[in-house]
Design a binder for this molecule. Structure first.
Ligand code: FE2
Ligand code: FE2
Length: 209
């Protein structure tokens, strides 16, 4: 192998390694977002149960409506958790070997809080947060696929697997947006902005550390 082609090979190995590390960190965070949301869901249902015992019964229609909304969030989080686990499995078992981020614990905690807090704040907070996260993830996968196209053919069909995950994230984004019952408030937009900026910083850090 010539010096030039060896240098090129080393370059793309390093590029693929960084992109795999960043997306593995992202998918780890995504799994923990839904773990955080389901934990909050569990706590909210306990508090709601206690509250129902302490207060006079509400009109059954109101009660049913609230229960339906909570069930909807819970099944959304459970279904998405399963998909994010399947994405993580792709990165952990079906990709070329890469160095994982040294900061995985931080991505888990950050993910957990990103799911936990909005779920406590309510339905639209939760779905809007997922919408913002998935908008970021979709754009990030798009950027990565653009880079990977320059090193085609990628080993282990890395590009095709990134595209498959991206397509799921696009469905998650649309599903979350459609589940919202009103436009986001200014506070929600501020939070969504912070989530987007935080995700961008996390990607930069995960590529390096
Ligand atoms: Fe994912
Ligand atoms: Fe997703």
């Amino acid at each position: 192998m010539s010096i030039i082609s060896k240098a090129m090979t080393n370059n793309w190995i390093s590029l693929v390694d960084k992109e795999l590390r960043a997306s593995h960190a992202g998918e780890t965070g995504a799994v923990w977002i839904y773990r955080g949301a389901l934990t909050a869901d569990f706590l909210v249902s306990i508090v709601a149960g206690l509250w129902a015992k302490l207060t006079p019964p509400r009109l059954s229609g109101q009660e049913d409506e609230k229960q339906k909304r909570d069930d909807n969030m819970s099944s959304f989080a459970s279904e998405h958790l399963a998909t994010e686990k399947s994405h993580l499995d792709i990165f952990e078992n079906h990709m070329p070997p890469f160095r994982g981020s040294y900061m995985l614990l931080l991505w888990m905690v950050a993910g957990f809080m990103t799911g936990f807090l909005p779920r406590i704040l309510g339905r639209n907070w939760f779905f809007y947060t997922i919408y913002c996260v998935e908008c970021f993830v979709d754009e990030h996968y798009e950027e990565q696929c653009g880079l990977l196209e320059s090193v085609e053919p990628t080993p282990f069909d890395v590009l095709e697997k990134f595209r498959r995950c991206q397509s799921d994230e696009q469905s998650h984004r649309d599903e979350a947006y459609n589940a919202m019952t009103s436009a986001p408030t200014s506070a929600m937009k501020l939070w969504g902005n912070m989530v987007g900026k935080g995700s961008a910083i996390a990607v930069v850090m995960a590529k390096k550390i």
